[in-house]
Design a protein around this ligand. Structure first.
Ligand code: PRP
Length: 179
């Protein structure tokens, strides 16, 4: 375990098992269709890679990067598109793939932007959900794990851009971000 991690919340095996269930559920729900999975970078890149491989269905992928203004551990309502999608989404069945749904500010903004581009449907798939932190009326259609309000890192999630490469999800030691 990394020295800055206090506790492992989900092991590689926990993640593999749950993502395989999510993939099977999505494949069943979208049978006969070809969804477009949109990964919201950067946090979701590892989840996206594993989730798409767990969906036994034809699908396409695209990527978007957004950042919220504001500092520290809380996102603000102000969101900026840093990298837009490569393809048109008109008439497509979109599944937005997120690593974590927290205040909901990011997705509240993004849903608005994407809806205006006339997809056939939009659903949200998040690996982790912190419902107690929600500030905007956003609900995910697929949730890997509902988690308490702890500072978590790993499996794509960072603190100050570090720890994304940890293969598990862990709770960061408070001494690290209190510095
Ligand atoms: C994280 C996460 C979501 C957002 C969720 O991204 O990937 O996009 O925060 O928070 P919210 O529900 O409060 O808006 P972050 O801004 O940390 O960027 P990153 O994906 O590049 O790490």
């Amino acid at each position: 375990m990394h020295q800055d991690v206090e506790q492992i919340l989900y092991t590689e095996e926990d993640l593999r098992r749950r993502i395989s269930e999510l993939g099977a559920q999505i494949a069943a729900d979208y049978a006969g269709r070809m969804p477009m999975l949109v990964s919201v970078l950067r946090g979701s890149y590892i989840f996206m890679a594993d989730l798409t491989r767990a969906i036994d269905l034809d699908l396409t992928v695209d990527f978007m990067a957004v950042s919220s203004y504001g500092s520290g551990t809380v996102s603000s309502g102000q969101v900026e598109i840093k990298k837009d999608l490569s393809d048109s989404i008109e008439g497509r069945d979109l599944i937005i793939v997120e690593d974590i749904l927290d205040s909901g500010n990011t997705l509240y903004y993004l849903m608005d932007v994407l809806r205006a581009r006339k997809p056939a449907s939009i659903r949200i798939c998040t690996l982790m959900d912190k419902p107690e932190r929600r500030a905007k009326p956003i609900t995910a259609d697929y949730v890997g794990f509902t988690i308490p309000d702890a500072f978590i890192v790993g499996y794509g999630l960072d603190y100050a851009e570090k720890y994304r490469n940890l293969p598990y999800v862990g709770v960061l030691k408070p001494s690290v971000y209190a510095k």
